[in-house]
Design a protein around this ligand. Sequence first.
Ligand code: MG
Length: 349
Amino acid sequence: MKTPRKRYVRPIDFKRGRVDMTHGSGGRATAQLVEELFQEVFDNAWLASANDAACFAVPEGRMVMATDSHVVSPLFFPGGNIGCLAVHGTINDVAMMGARPLYLSAGFILEEGLPLADLRRIVESMGRAAQQAGVAIVAGDTKVVEQGNGDGVFITTTGVGIVPPGVNLSGDRCQPSDRIIVSGTIGDHGVAIMSQRENLGFSTAIESDTAALHGLVEAMLAVAPDLHCLRDPTRGGLATTLNELAGQSGVGMLIEETAIPVRQEVAGACELLGLDPLYVANEGKLVAICAPDDALRVVEAMRKHPLGREAAIIGTVQEDAHRFVQMETTFGGKRVVDWLVGEQLPRIC
Ligand code: MG
């Protein structure tokens, strides 16, 4: 990397400073913020080249691209913050196509007055998350809106990745008798956020599960290259994801309540808050649909991975012209698990 030119009178004061309108002007203050924060933390040749776009070579194969905006409130929560969440969220959308994520871009909308210390913490968390995932943040943008017109920071990330040959994951590939697998406990992220907002003051904080899932996906594909679908049950939770897949594939689904892993603290908090864990967001979990012959092998492989230790088969795909998702309840009855109606948890991611 080139030694940065010393063209600023003094370095940015990340301890006491705040975002002001000049940071989004495109002038000297913007350049200084880019150099002293984003280039410094994300530290790669593409950002250091200081061009308006990143130019990179890609391996042969099919490319995947996904984008996601993040507006979570509060910005910091147990288990993470908006920064690592913005990296994980987009990596996971790329990974759900069976792709290895390679590059990310990040767009920041900053609110005037945001402490620069908070911004730096968020950016450092993004840098760590990207590095751990083996992904480079190669392009970005920063805009500033007047105080009162934003809420600290909003982050949009876009990711690209490459799908290995022979992998063909798609939400329309669920077939009757396929098994439905979930990678672990549901509802952790949504409850972690809500318990902060509602100031529930649990003795042990429930942590967000925010994590990058492409390593887990790789382990699954290694034992079952013909996985049918993967999807991350984020906003709207497990119930919404299953309804999406059932709709896309033109099938029904039957899940078993007792088979669905839910942490006791999460179940308790949901009861208190009047939430159904089936509809609560996750940021480090996936749903997999595979042929019945692959199911045990896939679950076994998942349980060997740190992000799949509590993986479980939770149900079966069925023929159903109505495309209903149904659940056998703990008490033996059956009920329809419908799409989320309205907005249960605003600004959860
Ligand atoms: Mg997704």
